[in-house]
Ligand binder design. Structure first.
Ligand code: IMP
Ligand code: MG
Length: 178
């Protein structure tokens, strides 16, 4: 285990089970719908790479990036889109892939944005969900795991751009950021 990790919250094996379960659900729901899978950079990369390979349907992928977090552990509340999709989303079903929903600010903003751009529907698959920290109401359709109010890293998620490459999700030691 990495020296900055307090405990492993979601092991590699458990991540695999979560991904398989969500992929099956998505496959069933989008069986008759053409959709674009849109990953939110950078946190979703590990999850999306594993998830897309388990969905036996034809679909395109795209990416967006938004900033609201600085280098701290608290959301600033202000969301800015720093990279938009390359595809036109008009009349398309969009499945957003996210690492974690925390305050809900980011996804609330992005879902509204995609709807104003004319998307036919927008749904969200998030690996982790911290419902206790919501500042705006937000209910993702596909949730991997609900987690306690702790700062977590790994499997795409970072603190100050580090730890994204850990193959598991762990709780970061408070001494790293306090
Ligand atoms: P929200 O806008 O507050 O919901 O924040 C969402 C973004 O904050 C996520 O996409 C993550 O990039 C980041 N974030 C929130 N909680 C954590 C965490 O515990 N570890 C790492 N990143 C987090
Ligand atoms: Mg993120």
């Amino acid at each position: 285990m990495h020296k900055d990790i307090e405990t492993v919250l979601i092991s590699q094996k458990k991540l695999e089970n979560i991904v398989n379960r969500l992929a099956k659900q998505i496959e069933k729901d989008y069986n008759d719908k053409e959709f674009i899978m849109v990953g939110l950079l950078k946190g979703s990369v590990a999850f999306m790479a594993d998830l897309m390979k388990k969905i036996d349907l034809d679909f395109c992928i795209d990416f967006m990036a938004a900033s609201s977090y600085g280098s701290g552990t608290e959301s600033s509340g202000k969301v800015k889109i720093t990279k938009d999709t390359t595809f036109d989303v008009r009349d398309k079903h969009i499945l957003l892939v996210e690492d974690i929903v925390d305050s809900g600010n980011t996804l609330n903003f992005i879902c509204n944005y995609l709807m104003t751009r004319g998307a036919a529907s927008v749904r969200v698959a998030t690996l982790c969900d911290k419902p206790a920290r919501r500042k705006v109401p937000f209910d993702p359709e596909y949730v991997g795991e609900q987690i306690p109010d702790e700062f977590i890293v790994g499997y795409g998620m970072d603190y100050d751009e580090k730890y994204r490459n850990l193959p598991y999700i762990g709780i970061l030691k408070r001494s790293v950021y306090e």
